[in-house]
Structure formats: C-alpha cells, structure tokens
Design a binder for this molecule. Structure first.
Ligand code: NAD
Length: 484
C-alpha cells in the first residue's frame, strides 16, 4: 500500500455528505494505511467553528469505527477548520495561507484534492477562485471532486462543465457517481470479460432482454425541496442507471484503464437511441406514489407541492444499436416507496427448444447480479426433475459474499476517494458520457413536459408496490416480464 500524500480541502465540511460519507471514508483509508502521517484536511463552510469543535464533529462521525483511543486522536489532529464564504475572494487568501502552511508542516508535496460537497451553484465560483487566488499553484497535483447533481439538463450541465473546465482540465476533474464505487457494479466487468462461458453468449443472439432495477423503499425524506424539481428520471436514470447500462452492454475495452473504458462507454452512449415524443410514450412509464400503510402520499410530504407532477418512479425500455446488443430490450426501473430496497441486474437469455421434453416449456435462463442489499450472483438453469419422468425443473446456482467478505468491502466513497488520490478516473463519469446521457434524458423530459397530464393522473401507485401497472405492461407487450 502506497501512502498517499495530500491536502484535502472540503467545501461544505459541516454538511451531511461530509459527516455521513467523507469523514468515515477518510478514516478507513487511514486505518488501511493509505493515509498515514502525510495528510491534512481543511474543512470549510460558513459557520464559525474552531478546530477543536470541528475535530469533535469528525470524531463523532466515525464513532464506532475506531479501534483504540490514540488512533482517533491522531487521525483527528490532521483536521483544520476554516470559516469561509465561497463568494468572498479574501477568504481564498486565508485558505491559501493555511494550505501552504499545512503543506509544509505535513510534507504534502503540493498535492491537493478539492472536494466540492455543496450546492453545484457554487462550483464555478469555487474553481475560479482556487485558480485566481493561487491555491492551485503548487508543485504537486490539483484535482477537484464533484458531487451530483451535475446539471438538471444538457444545457445547464454544459454550462457548469464549461465553467469548471476553464480552471480544471478534464483529467483533473473527478465527477462522482457512487454506484461506480460499489463492489458488485465493479464486478460487472470481471464477470463479462473474465469468463468465456459468459462473454461467448453476451450478445443479441443469446440474450432476450436485460433488466436493471434500482428500487428504494424510502420516500423522499428531507430532500423534498431538491427532489421535487428533479424527479426520478434526473435523479437516478441520467447518472446511475445509464452508467450501469453502459457497463452491461459496452464492447470489451482494450485495457482496464480510464481512457479505454471511457472509449467503450462513449461508443455505447452514441449508440443509445434517443426517442421521439411518440417513442417516449411507447417506451417510458412514470409514476408517483400515493399513500400506503402508515405512509403518506408524495404530495403530502414536506416541501412538496400538493399538485406536484414530479415522478417518483420511472420504467423504460432502452435500445442500444451497437452490433452485439442491437435489438436487445434493456428495461430499467427505479422508484421510491417500492416494495423493497434493492439494486439488481437480471440478464434474461433466450429459451432453448423444449420439444425434447414434450413442449412443456422451460424456465428462463437468467444471470442475476445482486448489488445490494444482497451481494452475489445467481444463475438459473433447467435441470431434470427428480423421479421417473423425464421432466425439467428450475434450479438456482448462487454465490453470495459471506458476512466476513462483506465487512471487508470498501465503501463506495472510500474506494472513489482513493482512486482520485491515485489519479485513476476509471470509475468516474467523464464529460462526454454526461453529454450523451443528458441528451437522452432531455428527450424524455421534453416529451413528458409537452404531454400535459391531468393533475389526477398521479398518484398512480401505492406505497409498498413495485410501481404502476403500466410498468408491467411495458414488458408484457413484448412478451417479457420483470424477473424481480
Ligand atoms: P448540506 O446542506 O448538508 O451541506 C451544505 C454545506 O455547504 C454546509 O457545510 C454549508 O455550510 C455549506 N455552504 C452553503 N453555502 C455556503 C457558502 N456560501 N459558503 C460556504 N459554505 C457554504 O448538503 P449535503 O447533503 O452535504 O450535500 C452537499 C452536496 O452533495 C450537494 O450538492 C448534494 O446534492 C450532494 N450530494 C449529497 C448527498 C448526501 O448524501 N448528502 C448524496 C449525493 C450528493
């Protein structure tokens, strides 16, 4: 394990993301020996906190992960707080002085990672001032990590990107999609390209359809203000789902490096069919949850308009016209307040000829990648039913990570922060991928906006179900059904 020497500057250091994800991730990197003596963290936000208070906040965010007292004391001593208004140029001067001092004190070799854990409306300003006030003028690297949402449509994403790229080149810009940091999502490439028994059949001759489900059991919680302006399509499909689809259908990259993987992903996005409004109506379904047992309807949640037309569910059929996968329907589905929380991918293979067995019908052969909460892979096969008759039955073959293995799996943020420290962007979203994914999503959004549904169209599914009936019908009209 190579020690990573760097200064982290976290904008939004008092926020929810920093406390729930970033400090635990940094602590794990520390426990595993990637961060040792040569690192420091500057947390910045508007509140006037002292270093002491900040360190207490950091300590409590990693409560329960600590092995012994001196470990946490030592770790917390690397954290510094700087009260900072991102719009105030003078504050960057104070920040620079502190950054330079910590660079000296900790021997950080001028390496800096700026983590923008605050509203995207500030990203441009922050990047501009980091540059203009000389924070990035160091002997080492200067990289920026950016959180979602990256724009709310193509135009705003491009504007944001143009702004950031004036100050940080693409190779120094790390756009987080935390699904790309998940163990089982990273397993897709291993499965597809490490097994001849799968790579040989991963094509439109053998695959009937692909299904990607990201279902949540929670409602909108306290994110109402943001969510009501976004909806499931922007919040989940544009980023996480399209990234997963790209990994599932892209051609084999020449190597496992960012440049080659990106090339294949971009080719996939280029081949993703952008729908006309008529095609959107045929291929996409939206829903919004109504009330359920002890659960309120979306429109009754806090910060949600009582006549909101925002979708909390979306299902769709995608087509990617690259040679190997041309014609294979890719069904996607995500929503809030669904029956269960699960992320899974089902690959459904074409059925074999059943005439040998008297045309009794065969079960679907499927490969399922369970991403969470289950982590593992399942195959379904047809085998002989035990007994005198010659009939078949469905058999499952499965592999699950053990509890012990799961405990060792690095959390997505931990993995991605380490990748950013190493300058490895293979599991980050590049601008050219974003560009296509927004254009795809915009076409759907625009078709929906023109549709002018009556207010009572929603709610159209009850809490605790798997979404509106139209989602099942979307598959049924092609002779398919949701495996999950
Ligand atoms: P938050 O509201 O909890 O924190 C925002 C932070 O920004 C606070 O530290 C606040 O002090 C600081 N801030 C606001 N205005 C400022 C200003 N003018 N100058 C200096 N500091 C200022 O938000 P969060 O939930 O931590 O989310 C941060 C970003 O990460 C958002 O873009 C969000 O969409 C994204 N994100 C969050 C999560 C999550 O789990 N919380 C997940 C994915 C993406």
């Amino acid at each position: 394990k190579k020690e990573q020497k760097a200064l982290f500057v976290i904008f939004g250091g008092t926020g929810d993301l920093a406390q729930r994800k970033l400090y635990p991730a940094l602590f794990n990197l520390y426990k595993r020996g990637y961060l040792k003596k040569h690192f420091a963290v500057i947390g910045t936000a508007r509140r006037p906190w002292s270093n002491g208070y900040y360190r207490d906040v950091v300590r409590s965010s990693i409560d329960g992960m600590v092995n012994f007292q001196t470990q946490i004391d030592e770790f917390a001593s690397h954290f510094y707080y700087q009260s900072h208004n991102v719009n105030d140029v003078d504050h960057y001067e104070t920040l620079r002085v502190l950054a330079d001092k910590l660079d000296q004190d900790y021997g950080l070799e001028g390496n800096r990672l700026y983590y923008l854990a605050m509203s995207p409306s500030f990203f441009g300003t922050i990047c501009e001032h980091l540059k203009s006030q000389g924070l990035t003028k160091t002997a080492g690297y200067n990289r920026v990590i950016i959180e979602k949402p990256f724009g709310h449509d193509y135009a705003s994403a491009k504007e944001l990107n143009d702004e950031i790229s004036k100050y940080f080149p693409e190779e120094a810009t790390f756009r987080i999609d935390h699904y790309l940091g998940k163990e089982m999502i990273q397993n897709i490439m291993a499965l597809r390209f490490g097994n001849s028994i799968l790579s040989a059949i991963w094509n439109n001759k053998m695959i009937s359809n692909i299904q990607v489900t990201l279902s949540e059991s929670l409602g909108v919680e306290e994110r109402g203000g943001y969510y009501d302006t976004a909806g499931a399509l922007r919040d989940m499909v544009q980023n996480h789902i399209l990234q997963i689809v790209a990994l599932l259908v892209m051609d084999r990259p020449d190597s496992y490096c960012a440049k080659d993987v990106r090339k294949r992903k971009v080719e996939t996005f280029e081949a993703l069919k952008i729908y006309s409004p008529e095609e959107v109506a045929q291929n996409f379904v939206r829903g919004q949850y109504g009330e359920g047992k002890d659960m309120v309807a979306y429109r009754d949640e806090s910060m949600i308009a009582p006549d909101s037309m925002t979708e909390t569910f979306v299902a769709g059929k995608l087509e990617v016209d690259n040679c190997d996968m041309a014609g294979v329907p890719i069904y996607i589905r995500t929503g809030k307040r669904l029956a269960t929380k699960a992320t899974r991918i089902d690959i459904v293979f074409k059925q074999d000829d059943d005439s040998l067995f008297g045309g009794q019908g065969l079960a679907d052969n499927t490969v399922t990648i369970n991403v969470e909460p289950d982590t593992g892979i399942d195959f379904t096969l047809n085998t002989k039913k035990i007994g005198q008759e010659f009939a078949t039955r469905q058999t499952n073959i499965g592999y699950r990570l053990t509890e012990e293995q799961v405990a060792k799996v690095p959390e997505a943020y931990e993995r991605l922060i380490l990748n950013a420290l190493q300058g490895n962007s293979v599991n980050f979203t590049h601008w050219d991928e974003l560009e296509y994914s927004w254009k795809f999503v915009d076409a759907i959004r625009n078709a929906w906006d023109q549709e002018d549904l009556p207010v009572d169209y929603f709610p159209n599914y009850a809490c605790g179900t798997m979404g509106p009936q139209a989602s099942d019908e979307l598959l049924a009209k092609a002779g398919h059904h949701w495996i999950f």
